[in-house]
Ligand binder design. Sequence first.
Ligand SMILES: [Zn+2]
Length: 392
Amino acid sequence: MSNLEFKYYIPTKILFGEGILERLHKETLPGRKALIVTSAGQSVKKFGYLDRLIHQLEISNIEYVVFDKILTNPTRECVMEGSEIAKKSRCDFIIGLGGGSSIDASKAIAIVATNEGDLWDYFYGGTAKFKPVKNKTLPVVAIATTAGTGSEADQWMVISNQKTSEKIGFGFSKTFPVLAVVDPTLMLSVPPELTAYQGLDALFHSTEGYLSKKANEISDLFAIKSIALVGKSLIKAVKNGNDIDSRADVALASTLSGMLLAITSLTAEHAMEDGLSGLHPELPHGIGLALISEAYYKHIAEIGITSGRMIDMARALGVNHAKCSMDFVDALIKIKKACGVNDLKMSEYGIKKHEFPKIVELAKANAGSEFYAERKVLSDEECISILENSYR
Ligand SMILES: [Zn+2]
């Protein structure tokens, strides 16, 4: 019997390339009035990205309302506020302009703008109620200004609930953006540290997707290409933010990592990070991952059942002679050092050792499926020891 079996569904039209945002007016957009969902930070305005988008909408005669309140870890509360504005202003589609936070929030707003009740009625996991999403969600156009989450090319959104300290990932076939714009010129202003940990997020989507037991022939293609692009260009993009070729490589790595997440799964590394930043919402996702990555991959290397895949990953990162799992871990540490993010400390983000059992409990409650995507499911003790080994 053949083991070859997979599902492939990625319905997002992707426009990728330097300056491609300026061609947005040539596209048929999915409505007449957009809610532009963007970050509470200043960069999309300061660097002119919002103006460039508005110019495109004006050429196309599309009305818009700007909702610029999205924080690093987008919250349920903020999503509910955005959906109220979308309803009151009669917006018929959403444009997410920003990093993963803005794009994820757009997908969540798109659900509650057309469906009664609270976002947590529809999410799955923790205290969420997992009711069916009855009405058609608003169409989402995703314009990425960072390279990391790949959210422009998948159905997933991760939203925090301030009331319950939960941070839950959710998505289904109707929450893919209808259109994604990936223009590396929108990423030139990302500072080096952000470039580094967002690029590592893309790397970990691809490495987890490749190690996951849900990996398939297609996701493997995306994963290895994405890992290779990070290996080739992340350090260059961190060291010289104006290097457009390297920016484009890392942007493609990120989009590919989103595409693979649409058809495979993350693993316990991301689940544990969601536990960490669920309890500490001020902790940026990529930093949370960078903090635990070394101990996590060392542990996976010790388990040994994915050695062949870890060797493939090391080779993709450029270690041509790789012959054991630890070659991947060593290559990862080298990249983190070169990017200046190997000395981050959990204690500097207010994380306390005694919180680890709680973090693992949160992670397992909110992202259980990611634990079960491991080829060997990690026990609570193993997860706590990964967190302890990461603690500085
Ligand atoms: Zn991630």
